[in-house]
Design a protein around this ligand. Structure first.
Ligand SMILES: [Zn+2]
Length: 427
Protein backbone atom coordinates (compact mmCIF):
# COMPACT_ATOMS: atom_id res chain seq x y z
CA UNK A 1 0.00 0.00 0.00
CA UNK A 2 2.80 2.43 0.90
CA UNK A 3 4.58 1.38 -2.28
CA UNK A 4 1.76 2.33 -4.66
CA UNK A 5 3.07 4.50 -7.47
CA UNK A 6 1.97 8.13 -7.18
CA UNK A 7 1.06 10.07 -10.35
CA UNK A 8 4.10 10.68 -12.54
CA UNK A 9 3.40 14.42 -12.48
CA UNK A 10 4.13 14.63 -8.75
CA UNK A 11 7.38 15.82 -7.26
CA UNK A 12 9.01 13.10 -5.15
CA UNK A 13 8.35 15.32 -2.16
CA UNK A 14 6.27 13.55 0.47
CA UNK A 15 4.05 15.32 2.97
CA UNK A 16 0.63 15.28 4.59
CA UNK A 17 -1.15 17.95 6.64
CA UNK A 18 -1.51 15.14 9.20
CA UNK A 19 2.22 15.53 10.02
CA UNK A 20 1.60 18.49 12.26
CA UNK A 21 0.98 18.05 15.95
CA UNK A 22 -1.61 20.54 17.14
CA UNK A 23 -3.70 20.12 20.19
CA UNK A 24 -4.76 22.17 23.18
CA UNK A 25 -1.44 23.95 23.47
CA UNK A 26 0.42 20.93 24.79
CA UNK A 27 2.89 21.14 21.93
CA UNK A 28 4.09 24.43 23.38
CA UNK A 29 5.47 22.61 26.39
CA UNK A 30 8.09 20.87 24.31
CA UNK A 31 10.85 23.18 23.06
CA UNK A 32 9.81 22.80 19.46
CA UNK A 33 7.79 24.12 16.61
CA UNK A 34 5.35 21.24 16.13
CA UNK A 35 4.07 22.75 12.90
CA UNK A 36 7.39 23.12 11.10
CA UNK A 37 6.54 20.56 8.43
CA UNK A 38 3.47 22.45 7.21
CA UNK A 39 5.43 25.71 7.22
CA UNK A 40 8.11 24.21 4.96
CA UNK A 41 5.40 23.27 2.47
CA UNK A 42 3.80 26.72 2.71
CA UNK A 43 7.11 28.43 1.95
CA UNK A 44 7.65 26.17 -1.06
CA UNK A 45 4.14 26.97 -2.28
CA UNK A 46 4.73 30.70 -1.83
CA UNK A 47 7.85 30.38 -3.95
CA UNK A 48 5.74 28.58 -6.59
CA UNK A 49 7.97 25.53 -6.49
CA UNK A 50 5.15 23.14 -5.64
CA UNK A 51 1.37 22.95 -5.40
CA UNK A 52 -0.81 20.69 -3.27
CA UNK A 53 -1.69 18.31 -6.09
CA UNK A 54 1.95 18.01 -7.16
CA UNK A 55 3.34 16.56 -3.97
CA UNK A 56 3.02 12.97 -2.83
CA UNK A 57 0.50 12.52 -0.02
CA UNK A 58 1.99 10.53 2.83
CA UNK A 59 -0.09 7.69 4.21
CA UNK A 60 -0.08 6.48 7.77
CA UNK A 61 2.05 3.40 8.45
CA UNK A 62 -0.17 0.56 9.66
CA UNK A 63 0.65 -1.92 12.42
CA UNK A 64 1.56 -4.40 9.74
CA UNK A 65 4.03 -1.94 8.23
CA UNK A 66 5.52 -1.11 11.63
CA UNK A 67 5.94 -4.78 12.48
CA UNK A 68 8.48 -5.08 9.66
CA UNK A 69 10.88 -3.60 12.22
CA UNK A 70 9.14 -3.09 15.56
CA UNK A 71 8.31 -5.77 18.05
CA UNK A 72 4.69 -6.35 19.01
CA UNK A 73 5.77 -5.81 22.61
CA UNK A 74 7.03 -2.32 21.82
CA UNK A 75 3.91 -1.33 19.88
CA UNK A 76 1.77 -2.56 22.78
CA UNK A 77 3.70 -0.39 25.21
CA UNK A 78 2.62 2.67 23.23
CA UNK A 79 -0.91 1.95 24.43
CA UNK A 80 0.22 3.42 27.74
CA UNK A 81 0.13 7.22 27.66
CA UNK A 82 2.94 7.56 30.19
CA UNK A 83 5.25 5.59 27.88
CA UNK A 84 4.47 7.97 25.00
CA UNK A 85 4.97 10.94 27.36
CA UNK A 86 8.44 9.67 28.22
CA UNK A 87 9.47 9.03 24.61
CA UNK A 88 8.12 12.32 23.28
CA UNK A 89 9.35 14.28 26.30
CA UNK A 90 5.95 15.93 26.69
CA UNK A 91 5.08 15.04 30.32
CA UNK A 92 1.40 16.14 30.26
CA UNK A 93 0.75 13.50 27.60
CA UNK A 94 0.90 11.00 30.46
CA UNK A 95 -2.42 12.30 31.77
CA UNK A 96 -4.34 12.04 28.52
CA UNK A 97 -6.51 9.05 27.63
CA UNK A 98 -4.63 6.86 25.21
CA UNK A 99 -7.16 7.26 22.37
CA UNK A 100 -6.39 10.99 22.40
CA UNK A 101 -2.65 10.28 22.42
CA UNK A 102 -3.07 7.88 19.52
CA UNK A 103 -4.99 10.40 17.45
CA UNK A 104 -3.14 13.60 18.31
CA UNK A 105 0.45 12.48 18.84
CA UNK A 106 1.04 9.03 17.41
CA UNK A 107 -0.99 9.35 14.23
CA UNK A 108 1.07 12.33 13.00
CA UNK A 109 4.26 10.40 13.74
CA UNK A 110 2.96 7.26 12.04
CA UNK A 111 2.06 9.34 9.00
CA UNK A 112 5.57 10.80 8.87
CA UNK A 113 6.91 7.26 9.20
CA UNK A 114 4.74 6.12 6.28
CA UNK A 115 6.12 9.14 4.41
CA UNK A 116 9.72 8.03 4.90
CA UNK A 117 8.92 4.49 3.71
CA UNK A 118 7.16 5.89 0.63
CA UNK A 119 10.02 8.28 -0.06
CA UNK A 120 12.49 5.39 -0.03
CA UNK A 121 10.78 3.77 -3.00
CA UNK A 122 10.41 7.12 -4.75
CA UNK A 123 14.11 7.86 -4.34
CA UNK A 124 15.01 4.57 -6.03
CA UNK A 125 12.52 5.18 -8.85
CA UNK A 126 13.35 8.81 -9.48
CA UNK A 127 16.85 9.39 -8.20
CA UNK A 128 15.88 11.49 -5.22
CA UNK A 129 13.05 12.08 -2.76
CA UNK A 130 12.43 14.24 0.25
CA UNK A 131 10.14 13.43 3.14
CA UNK A 132 9.35 16.80 4.69
CA UNK A 133 9.06 15.02 8.06
CA UNK A 134 10.56 11.87 9.56
CA UNK A 135 14.12 11.25 10.64
CA UNK A 136 13.34 9.66 14.02
CA UNK A 137 16.84 8.42 14.49
CA UNK A 138 16.73 7.70 18.23
CA UNK A 139 14.13 4.98 17.89
CA UNK A 140 15.08 1.35 17.35
CA UNK A 141 12.96 -1.76 16.93
CA UNK A 142 12.08 -2.11 20.61
CA UNK A 143 12.89 1.24 22.18
CA UNK A 144 11.85 4.85 21.56
CA UNK A 145 13.40 8.04 22.93
CA UNK A 146 14.26 11.68 22.25
CA UNK A 147 10.89 12.41 20.61
CA UNK A 148 11.35 9.43 18.27
CA UNK A 149 8.54 6.88 18.55
CA UNK A 150 8.92 4.94 15.29
CA UNK A 151 12.13 3.82 13.58
CA UNK A 152 11.32 5.30 10.18
CA UNK A 153 14.89 5.14 8.84
CA UNK A 154 15.26 1.46 9.68
CA UNK A 155 11.81 0.81 8.23
CA UNK A 156 12.53 2.59 4.96
CA UNK A 157 15.75 0.61 4.47
CA UNK A 158 14.26 -2.76 5.45
CA UNK A 159 11.30 -2.16 3.10
CA UNK A 160 13.72 -1.50 0.24
CA UNK A 161 15.88 -4.51 1.04
CA UNK A 162 12.86 -6.79 1.20
CA UNK A 163 10.67 -5.41 -1.56
CA UNK A 164 12.76 -3.65 -4.19
CA UNK A 165 15.00 -5.62 -6.48
CA UNK A 166 18.54 -4.41 -6.80
CA UNK A 167 18.68 -2.65 -3.43
CA UNK A 168 21.00 -4.54 -1.12
CA UNK A 169 23.33 -1.88 0.26
CA UNK A 170 22.43 1.35 2.04
CA UNK A 171 24.43 4.22 3.47
CA UNK A 172 22.98 6.38 6.22
CA UNK A 173 24.45 9.87 6.39
CA UNK A 174 23.24 11.21 9.72
CA UNK A 175 23.97 14.93 10.09
CA UNK A 176 21.49 15.76 12.85
CA UNK A 177 23.28 17.30 15.86
CA UNK A 178 22.55 14.16 17.90
CA UNK A 179 23.95 10.67 17.53
CA UNK A 180 21.53 8.43 15.59
CA UNK A 181 21.52 5.59 18.07
CA UNK A 182 18.20 4.11 16.87
CA UNK A 183 19.24 3.01 13.39
CA UNK A 184 22.69 2.22 14.78
CA UNK A 185 21.26 -0.35 17.18
CA UNK A 186 18.99 -1.75 14.47
CA UNK A 187 21.84 -2.24 12.00
CA UNK A 188 24.52 -3.13 14.52
CA UNK A 189 25.79 -6.27 12.82
CA UNK A 190 24.24 -5.73 9.41
CA UNK A 191 26.99 -5.41 6.85
CA UNK A 192 24.56 -4.18 4.21
CA UNK A 193 24.31 -0.82 5.96
CA UNK A 194 27.13 1.70 6.22
CA UNK A 195 26.56 4.40 8.83
CA UNK A 196 28.23 7.78 8.93
CA UNK A 197 27.31 9.99 11.87
CA UNK A 198 28.38 13.57 12.63
CA UNK A 199 27.18 14.85 16.00
CA UNK A 200 27.92 16.87 19.12
CA UNK A 201 29.82 14.44 21.32
CA UNK A 202 28.58 15.89 24.61
CA UNK A 203 24.82 15.77 24.22
CA UNK A 204 22.03 13.17 24.22
CA UNK A 205 22.07 10.21 23.72
CA UNK A 206 25.78 9.38 24.20
CA UNK A 207 24.99 5.78 23.41
CA UNK A 208 28.35 4.02 23.59
CA UNK A 209 26.96 0.66 22.58
CA UNK A 210 25.28 2.08 19.48
CA UNK A 211 28.49 3.88 18.46
CA UNK A 212 30.00 0.52 17.62
CA UNK A 213 27.74 0.40 14.55
CA UNK A 214 29.16 3.65 13.11
CA UNK A 215 31.62 3.13 10.27
CA UNK A 216 32.51 6.80 10.05
CA UNK A 217 32.15 8.67 13.29
CA UNK A 218 32.73 12.43 13.46
CA UNK A 219 32.35 13.81 16.97
CA UNK A 220 32.07 17.58 17.22
CA UNK A 221 32.91 20.00 20.03
CA UNK A 222 30.49 22.55 21.51
CA UNK A 223 29.89 25.53 19.25
CA UNK A 224 31.39 24.11 16.05
CA UNK A 225 30.97 26.71 13.28
CA UNK A 226 30.45 26.69 9.50
CA UNK A 227 34.00 26.39 8.18
CA UNK A 228 35.05 23.46 10.32
CA UNK A 229 31.65 21.80 10.08
CA UNK A 230 31.36 22.00 6.31
CA UNK A 231 34.93 20.89 5.77
CA UNK A 232 34.34 17.80 7.91
CA UNK A 233 31.03 17.00 6.25
CA UNK A 234 32.57 17.32 2.81
CA UNK A 235 35.60 15.17 3.61
CA UNK A 236 33.62 12.40 5.25
CA UNK A 237 30.68 12.29 2.83
CA UNK A 238 33.15 11.91 -0.03
CA UNK A 239 35.15 9.40 1.98
CA UNK A 240 32.12 7.33 2.93
CA UNK A 241 30.82 7.14 -0.63
CA UNK A 242 34.25 6.35 -2.03
CA UNK A 243 34.64 3.57 0.49
CA UNK A 244 31.35 1.93 -0.46
CA UNK A 245 28.90 2.72 -3.25
CA UNK A 246 25.43 1.95 -1.90
CA UNK A 247 22.17 1.44 -3.78
CA UNK A 248 20.48 4.11 -1.65
CA UNK A 249 21.59 6.96 0.60
CA UNK A 250 19.37 7.89 3.52
CA UNK A 251 20.26 11.43 4.48
CA UNK A 252 19.11 12.46 7.96
CA UNK A 253 19.22 16.23 7.54
CA UNK A 254 18.53 17.50 11.06
CA UNK A 255 18.65 21.27 11.37
CA UNK A 256 19.40 21.32 15.10
CA UNK A 257 23.02 22.09 14.20
CA UNK A 258 21.74 25.67 13.82
CA UNK A 259 23.37 28.35 15.94
CA UNK A 260 21.20 28.97 19.00
CA UNK A 261 19.47 25.60 19.02
CA UNK A 262 18.71 24.83 22.67
CA UNK A 263 19.46 21.12 22.23
CA UNK A 264 22.15 20.82 19.57
CA UNK A 265 24.89 23.00 21.06
CA UNK A 266 26.51 23.71 17.69
CA UNK A 267 26.77 27.03 15.86
CA UNK A 268 26.16 26.50 12.16
CA UNK A 269 24.53 29.39 10.28
CA UNK A 270 21.40 29.11 8.08
CA UNK A 271 23.64 29.48 5.01
CA UNK A 272 25.85 26.73 6.41
CA UNK A 273 22.88 24.36 6.57
CA UNK A 274 21.89 25.15 2.98
CA UNK A 275 25.47 24.53 1.90
CA UNK A 276 25.63 21.28 3.86
CA UNK A 277 22.60 19.85 2.06
CA UNK A 278 24.15 20.93 -1.23
CA UNK A 279 27.39 19.08 -0.40
CA UNK A 280 25.49 15.86 0.33
CA UNK A 281 23.23 16.03 -2.74
CA UNK A 282 26.16 16.85 -5.02
CA UNK A 283 28.11 13.86 -3.74
CA UNK A 284 25.09 11.58 -4.27
CA UNK A 285 24.04 12.86 -7.66
CA UNK A 286 27.55 12.90 -9.06
CA UNK A 287 27.79 9.20 -8.27
CA UNK A 288 24.27 8.50 -9.53
CA UNK A 289 23.17 7.14 -6.16
CA UNK A 290 19.48 7.60 -5.23
CA UNK A 291 19.10 9.79 -2.17
CA UNK A 292 16.27 9.98 0.36
CA UNK A 293 16.30 13.01 2.62
CA UNK A 294 14.37 13.29 5.89
CA UNK A 295 14.25 16.47 7.98
CA UNK A 296 14.72 15.08 11.52
CA UNK A 297 15.48 17.37 14.47
CA UNK A 298 15.56 21.17 14.65
CA UNK A 299 12.50 22.97 15.87
CA UNK A 300 13.38 26.64 16.20
CA UNK A 301 10.93 29.13 14.72
CA UNK A 302 13.29 29.86 11.80
CA UNK A 303 13.97 26.21 11.02
CA UNK A 304 11.14 25.77 8.48
CA UNK A 305 12.35 28.73 6.42
CA UNK A 306 15.88 27.28 6.30
CA UNK A 307 14.66 23.85 5.15
CA UNK A 308 12.58 25.50 2.42
CA UNK A 309 15.54 27.67 1.36
CA UNK A 310 17.70 24.59 1.14
CA UNK A 311 15.20 22.75 -1.08
CA UNK A 312 14.97 25.85 -3.30
CA UNK A 313 18.75 25.95 -3.49
CA UNK A 314 18.96 22.29 -4.50
CA UNK A 315 16.43 23.01 -7.21
CA UNK A 316 18.20 26.10 -8.51
CA UNK A 317 21.40 24.08 -8.83
CA UNK A 318 19.64 21.35 -10.82
CA UNK A 319 20.30 18.78 -8.10
CA UNK A 320 16.57 18.11 -7.80
CA UNK A 321 14.13 18.64 -10.63
CA UNK A 322 10.50 17.81 -11.12
CA UNK A 323 10.54 17.44 -14.89
CA UNK A 324 13.30 14.90 -14.61
CA UNK A 325 11.51 13.28 -11.75
CA UNK A 326 8.27 13.02 -13.68
CA UNK A 327 9.92 11.57 -16.76
CA UNK A 328 11.94 9.10 -14.80
CA UNK A 329 15.18 10.77 -15.77
CA UNK A 330 15.92 11.68 -12.21
CA UNK A 331 16.88 8.06 -12.12
CA UNK A 332 20.61 7.84 -12.59
CA UNK A 333 20.07 5.37 -15.39
CA UNK A 334 18.86 8.08 -17.74
CA UNK A 335 20.78 10.48 -19.86
CA UNK A 336 19.88 13.31 -22.18
CA UNK A 337 20.41 12.58 -25.85
CA UNK A 338 21.31 16.19 -26.62
CA UNK A 339 24.17 15.98 -24.21
CA UNK A 340 25.42 12.81 -25.79
CA UNK A 341 25.36 14.18 -29.30
CA UNK A 342 27.09 17.33 -28.18
CA UNK A 343 29.80 15.52 -26.35
CA UNK A 344 30.29 12.30 -28.27
CA UNK A 345 32.79 13.06 -30.97
CA UNK A 346 32.57 9.71 -32.71
CA UNK A 347 30.00 9.60 -35.48
CA UNK A 348 29.81 5.86 -35.72
CA UNK A 349 27.32 4.88 -38.45
CA UNK A 350 25.55 2.43 -36.15
CA UNK A 351 25.43 4.72 -33.18
CA UNK A 352 21.82 5.42 -32.35
CA UNK A 353 22.75 8.72 -30.83
CA UNK A 354 23.62 9.94 -34.28
CA UNK A 355 21.47 7.83 -36.54
CA UNK A 356 18.19 8.33 -34.79
CA UNK A 357 16.50 11.54 -34.00
CA UNK A 358 14.43 9.67 -31.45
CA UNK A 359 15.12 10.97 -27.99
CA UNK A 360 14.04 7.85 -26.18
CA UNK A 361 17.06 5.78 -25.26
CA UNK A 362 17.52 3.74 -22.14
CA UNK A 363 21.02 2.65 -21.53
CA UNK A 364 21.71 1.33 -18.04
CA UNK A 365 24.98 -0.35 -18.95
CA UNK A 366 26.32 2.97 -19.94
CA UNK A 367 25.99 4.44 -16.48
CA UNK A 368 27.59 1.49 -14.82
CA UNK A 369 30.84 2.34 -16.51
CA UNK A 370 31.09 5.57 -14.58
CA UNK A 371 31.24 7.52 -17.82
CA UNK A 372 28.42 9.77 -16.76
CA UNK A 373 30.19 10.77 -13.60
CA UNK A 374 32.84 12.44 -15.68
CA UNK A 375 30.24 14.66 -17.27
CA UNK A 376 28.71 15.75 -13.99
CA UNK A 377 25.15 16.27 -12.91
CA UNK A 378 24.69 19.72 -14.40
CA UNK A 379 25.21 18.34 -17.88
CA UNK A 380 23.55 14.97 -17.51
CA UNK A 381 20.53 16.39 -15.82
CA UNK A 382 19.56 18.75 -18.56
CA UNK A 383 16.01 20.01 -18.30
CA UNK A 384 15.20 18.99 -21.83
CA UNK A 385 12.08 16.90 -22.24
CA UNK A 386 13.99 14.65 -24.55
CA UNK A 387 14.95 11.97 -22.13
CA UNK A 388 16.35 8.58 -22.84
CA UNK A 389 14.36 5.46 -22.16
CA UNK A 390 13.04 2.29 -23.69
CA UNK A 391 15.99 1.28 -25.85
CA UNK A 392 17.57 -2.09 -25.53
CA UNK A 393 21.22 -2.85 -25.18
CA UNK A 394 21.55 -4.07 -28.76
CA UNK A 395 19.96 -0.96 -30.17
CA UNK A 396 22.59 1.07 -28.45
CA UNK A 397 25.48 -1.07 -29.59
CA UNK A 398 26.70 1.66 -31.87
CA UNK A 399 28.27 3.25 -28.86
CA UNK A 400 30.38 0.14 -28.49
CA UNK A 401 29.33 -1.98 -25.60
CA UNK A 402 32.45 -3.99 -26.13
CA UNK A 403 34.56 -1.02 -25.30
CA UNK A 404 32.30 -0.18 -22.40
CA UNK A 405 32.96 -3.61 -21.00
CA UNK A 406 36.61 -2.78 -21.26
CA UNK A 407 36.30 0.55 -19.50
CA UNK A 408 34.03 -0.71 -16.77
CA UNK A 409 36.86 -1.23 -14.37
CA UNK A 410 38.25 2.23 -14.91
CA UNK A 411 37.20 5.19 -12.83
CA UNK A 412 35.49 8.23 -14.29
CA UNK A 413 38.64 10.27 -13.84
CA UNK A 414 40.71 7.77 -15.78
CA UNK A 415 38.21 7.74 -18.62
CA UNK A 416 38.04 11.50 -18.79
CA UNK A 417 35.72 13.41 -21.12
CA UNK A 418 34.29 12.08 -24.36
CA UNK A 419 37.43 11.66 -26.39
CA UNK A 420 37.42 8.07 -27.59
CA UNK A 421 38.92 7.18 -30.89
CA UNK A 422 36.64 5.69 -33.52
CA UNK A 423 38.18 2.28 -33.03
CA UNK A 424 37.01 2.09 -29.51
CA UNK A 425 33.45 2.21 -30.71
CA UNK A 426 33.65 -0.68 -33.11
CA UNK A 427 31.24 -3.32 -31.83
ZN1 LIG B 1 18.75 16.06 16.96
Amino acid sequence: MLYEDPPAACWPIVYSPDYNITFVGLEKLHPFDAGKWGKVINFLKEEKLIADDLIVQAREATDEDLLVVHTRRYLNKLKWSFVVATITEIPPVAFLPNFVVQRKVLKPLRTQTGGTIMAGKLAVDRGWAINVGGGFHHCSSDKGGGFCVYADITLAIKFLFERVQGVSKATIIDLDAHQGNGHERDFMDDHRVYIMDVYNRYIYPGDGFAKRAIKRKVELEWGTEDTEYLQKVHTHVEGALNELKPDIIVYNAGTDILDGDPLGGLAVSPQGIVKRDEVVFKAARRRRIPILMVTSGGYQKRTARIIADSILNLHSLGLIDKELAASGAGNPKFLDVNMVSQRCRVKHPRCVFWREKSPQIFFPEFCNTGLLSSVGPSLCYSRSRRQLEGWSRSQACGLGLASLQKTRSRSAEQIGPWNFSKDEFEP
